[in-house]
Structure formats: C-alpha cells, structure tokens
Design a protein around this ligand. Sequence first.
Ligand SMILES: [Zn+2]
Ligand SMILES: [Zn+2]
Ligand SMILES: [Zn+2]
Length: 301
Amino acid sequence: MTQPTPIRRAPDRTTRLLDTALTLAAHAVPVLPLRAGKVPFGNCPACTANACGGRPNMKNPGPCQCPGACHAWAAATTDPDVLTSPPWASAWRRAAAVAYHPAGAGVTVVDLDDAAAVAWARASLPATRTVPTTRGEHWIYQGVMRSANAVRPGVDVKSHMQYARWLGHGTGRLTALPPAVRALVVKEDTTPAPDGVVSSPHRALWDRSIATGCRHTERFVRTGLERGLTLVRARTESGAGSQAFGVARFLTIQHAQCPGPCGLDAIGEEIVAAAVSVGVPEPYARRAVTNGLEKAPGRTA
Ligand SMILES: [Zn+2]
Ligand SMILES: [Zn+2]
Ligand SMILES: [Zn+2]
C-alpha cells in the first residue's frame, strides 16, 4: 500500500491577503484590509463618528489607539503584530482586498478609472510604473502630495490621507512625481484671486504639504516669503518687476541645499501676484519671477 498523497490545498483568500499585506509591510508599505465593495471596514462603536478623537496621524491628530482597523487609511500600518492581531485577523477573514496608504509608501497614485482617462494620461503625463485595474490603470509616481478626487473626468489623485487598492507591482520604472500631476490638485485647492489682481484662475499658494522635500521649517519659509512680498509691494512707483526677480532668486537660493520639492512654483506665484498688485503687467512679472527661480546656482528642482 502506498502512502496517500498529501492534499495540497491552494492557500485560501484570507491567507493570500494577509501574506500580501505582510510582504508589503516588510517593504515599508503601510497596508489595511478592504471589505467587499473595495471600501475600508467601518469604525468600531468606540470610533464611530470620530468619538475617539481620531488617529494620531490624521489631519486633526487624535488620541485613538483602537486596536481595530478603524479610520480607513489612517489605520494602515507596517507593524506585523498589528496586522496579525485578533481584531485585524477578524477583518482579514472578511476582507476582499488589500489596500495601502500611498503617501505612507512615498508615492502618489494617479487613479485612471476608464479608457478615456488612460488615453488622457498617455498624452499628458510622463511615463511611470503602471498597474492595470478593473477598467483603467493606476499610474504610480515617486513623491507625495495632497490627494483629490475627480480632478478630471475619471481621474483621482491618491497620496496623503487616502488609500489605494493593491493590485500588484505593475510594470515600468517608477519616475518622480511631475509638476503636471501636482498642478491637477493645486487648481482645485486654491481660491480665485480677487478680480483684476491675477488673470490666472489657479494661483497656487505656498503650503507646507507641497514642500515635501524641503529642509526648512514652515515658519522659516513663510517669514522669508512675507518679507519678499512686502519688498515687492513697497515698489508702488517703479522697480517692482526687478524686485520680484530679486526676491524670487533670493528665496530660491535659500532652498539650494534642499532635496526638493520645496513648493517653489507656488512661491513664485505669490511673488507674481504681489508684483501684479502694484501694477506690473502679469506677463512681465511672470517672466521676471521665472528667471529668478532659474538663476539660482546648484538648484536642480
Ligand atoms: Zn475603533
Ligand atoms: Zn478611533
Ligand atoms: Zn526647501
């Protein structure tokens, strides 16, 4: 009589999802389970409606230490002990997919929902790593930024405070987050300038969250910027254009040693607006500031 052949069962879904999650976590990618419908598990009773105050990493930091997978993206973790803990094990048993927190992994996902959105990306964005999705693609860039939904038809930008479904490593080389992607969200977040001040409908304001590669404190950058803007605005009679150039150059040099990005484009926009507010024609102001941003030695981005 021969030995019975051991039955080799394919790992079940729970095991596969948890294995994927643990592998990603080991590569410093914070993960969380998604339930059917590709959405996070709801909050536990204690966390419902943020009664707990929210997680420490949320936009408004809170004291929540809930052991469950509460608070969606904010629960994402690389800690294998949490991932395999009883409350999370129960979630994995009911899970349908693994998600990750893009910014936590240092990336931004441009989520293209359909063929039209993919076609737009191919025509408009630099090539990078892509991952096929149900009807579209994820384009993944190195670098983090603010997230926003529906920045164009069928296009979401997922990075900070968002989760993206993990659908595999994809293909292609990861490239740096391009200005074209940042601009998609800048547009949405800014308030229109007062009539007649700046013609651009999407004037960017400098914000710490876009300066992800800046070595300076927010206070340092803002103080320098405000001083520069005051100098430009004081030139009510003449010379505001060249002052704008000088301020742009001075502020750019401050960031010569930063790895970048430092949000210099947004700083430039603020200088342009200041120059325009004292009567400099916008094309001239823009040219002066662009030259100032470029003239700094040793600056690569
Ligand atoms: Zn909870
Ligand atoms: Zn909570
Ligand atoms: Zn900087």
